[in-house]
Design a protein around this ligand. Sequence first.
Ligand SMILES: [Zn+2]
Length: 430
Amino acid sequence: MQNIIDRFISYVTIDTESDPNSQTTPSTEKQWVLAKKLVEELKAIGMEDVTIDDHSYVMATLPSNVEHDVPTIGFVSHFDTTPDFTGANVKPQIIENYDGGDILLNAEQNIVLSPNYFKDLLQYKGQTLITTNGLTLLGADDKAGITEIVTAMEYLIKNPKIKHGKIRICFTPDEEIGRGADLFDVEKFGAKWAYTMDGSQIGELEYENFNAAGVKITFKGKSVHPGYAKGKMINSMLIANDFINQLPKGETPQETKGYEGFFHVTQLSGSIEETKLELIIRDHDMKKFLKRKELVHKITKKINKDFAKQFGEDIVITEIKDQYYNMKEKVEPVFFIIDLAEKAMKSLNIKPLIKPIRGGTDGCRLSYMGLPCPNIFAGGHNFHGKYEYVPVESMQKAVEVIVKIAELTATTDFSELEKKSKGKKKKEKK
Ligand SMILES: [Zn+2]
């Protein structure tokens, strides 16, 4: 456990905040510091083919130690932290044998991490927690994932009796600003499938995420002196308002959960002459996703028709761009990779928590780039803020899951499993 704690702290005390306004990759120079440290560390523990490319993607290989053919698998994490909350000067606190009560993160500002509000804390009574000092995020998202992958590789190198095939690992920059997969060289990585170690609480296993689109709408108007405006003025802000009102009620992020999709207005700014509206569309179900996009076009058309005479040209201009898709479609044909992860967890007495992601992951992008890539827990809670914490025991379990998946991959007959996966798919179609 001490090994995990020391390693984790050595990563989170390096600031790697990414920046959505930067055009470079990595988006911030400081991400190089951790990337280069990881290269040295991977070499030091005995990994092979340790590489870092021009965009700071770190890759390495653990060669197979068996004679027979085993599919190459991969593990992936990201080393940047979110720009939503500061990641500079992280001062982790270690709470041993957590007693189930309030944790005072910062006495000066009276910042308390309390199980009254964060009920998940109670399941970690008696465990060792790593928290912030109340002033920064922790960076367990996703330096817990990196810690786990490095520790698991080190364990496999030190314990050659555990048999495994070839394992590839990759650490990426800029996941938090949605660009972690952009320059990921899937071919160079060369794995048949991979897992991102980037989920939250122990047991999480995720292979379904949203289908996602972004919508940009411009409403035009006509400004006329309000005293003489009757029949002449067109107020673009009111048209935008009318548009929003035609979206289905109750289908917003704050009113939905589970598999329920939504429309989410993210930006609205305007004047009489011109109003700009941005929204995002999310749905796990492809048919419903397409319907949502259709509805936006329908409302656009209707308003354009209503104003056709008065305005002379289209008064609403709508642009919809798909952002990412549900990885389920790419994971289902190889569903044994989920079975494998589930089996690994169960054999370690971890209850698999399979639930749909209400967002996207780098794994979903990678899945569409040819690398099926579900997501496994890394152990942390309350990501992207000062209440972030991670139980060391959960990180230890994640290490064991990685080792177990490696082991199971070397002993599983995949031809049988592949048949089963295909059978499952056929059944579902019926
Ligand atoms: Zn993450």
